[in-house]
Write a new protein. Structure first.
Length: 338
């Protein structure tokens, strides 16, 4: 199965801080109920399952009665809680550069599949995030936290309050809109097509007093290595393992495989594409590899091999094998005994 998405554990320390300082609640019972160790939120680079983080958000909202708790948490986030990304952000030349770094290294914070982009819109700089897999989406409170944190970190790097030109959220407003307007300094658009924040050109391109290109370059390398360490087993290898189980049943369609891997069809296709592959190629390679292993074993007839590889009959297997190798299964078997 595909590995579960994870969240940087140090981010969750700010949930604990908010529960304690903003609401007067002991965070320990909620963390324990969610299966998250409070001690791990102080360990650099430590991670927790995204499912546990989602549960923590739900527990926190229930305990506080505040569906907008993410706004308070976001204001508390500091660069040191974001691993290398936080320090690289503070070393960026401009806010636009910092947003580009966030888009590039968003997986440092959470490994949920996401399309995070920075674009120029009518002379302004806009960061947007789209989550293409409905089965893997961040909690609404987590999105609120992230956008407020970007604003807070931008203000910290600039040395003065930074105000966005626009803020938009996919989720509906679950409290008074004025609560969000107060957090961002402007009215927020809810029910939008994507999540994002926009800054005017002057704000985005102003050189930051914390600008340090040498340090930023070193931190980019640290972030690159950290993101690489988060990569799960190649998806193609996972698919091949599952196909070996499914082939004799004949149920080897992409939709079936995606369902067994607990992901959407589009997610499976996208992850294979990221590895330079497509589903048909992986299926053919798996069948070919197994076919040659079976053909070397005299116990199997070609009809049995066709069944084991999920073909409807021997002739379909023979045609496929000739397409893969340019020769028939019989010719391969003969070459093994010469």
């Amino acid at each position: 199965m595909l590995l579960e998405s994870t969240t940087l554990a140090t981010l969750l320390r700010y949930v604990a801080d908010s529960l304690r300082q903003d609401y007067g609640l002991d965070p320990a019972p909620l963390f324990q109920q969610a299966g998250i160790s409070l001690a791990r939120t102080r360990e650099s680079g430590s991670r927790v399952a995204q499912g546990a983080a989602r549960q923590l958000w739900e527990l926190a909202i229930t305990a506080t009665g505040d569906p907008a708790i993410g706004l308070k948490v976001g204001r508390r986030i500091r660069p040191e809680g974001m691993h290398a990304l936080g320090y690289a952000w503070m070393s960026s030349r401009t806010l636009a550069d910092a947003l580009q770094r966030f888009a590039r290294y968003a997986q440092v914070l959470v490994t949920i599949p996401a399309n995070v982009t920075v674009t120029s819109v009518n002379g302004s700089c806009q960061l947007t995030a789209v989550f293409p897999d409905p089965a893997q989406r961040p909690h609404e409170a987590g999105i609120d936290t992230t956008l407020v944190a970007l604003l807070a970190l931008g203000s910290k790097a600039a040395g003065h309050p930074v105000r966005p030109r626009a803020v938009f959220l996919e989720h509906p407003c679950r409290t008074q809109p004025a609560v969000y307007a107060a957090a961002f300094g402007i009215p927020v658009e809810f029910g939008a097509a994507m999540n994002g924040i926009r800054f005017d050109h002057a704000t985005a391109e102003a050189v930051l007093p914390t600008d340090n290109p040498d340090i930023a370059s070193v931190l980019d390398q640290v972030a690159d290595r950290y993101v690489a360490s988060l990569q799960p087993q190649p998806v193609a290898a996972t698919v091949r393992t599952l196909l070996r189980e499914l082939l004799p049943t004949g149920e080897v369609g992409q939709a079936t495989v995606a369902s067994r891997l607990n992901c959407s069809l589009s997610t499976l296709q996208r992850q294979l594409q990221a590895e330079g592959l497509n589903y048909r190629t992986v299926l053919d390679e798996t069948r070919r590899s197994l076919a040659e292993a079976y053909l070397r074993d005299a116990r199997f007839t070609q009809a049995e091999i066709a069944y084991l590889l999920g073909f409807s009959d021997q002739s379909n297997f023979s045609r496929a094998y000739r397409r893969w190798t340019g020769r028939s299964p019989g010719q391969f078997s003969a070459s093994q005994i010469q």
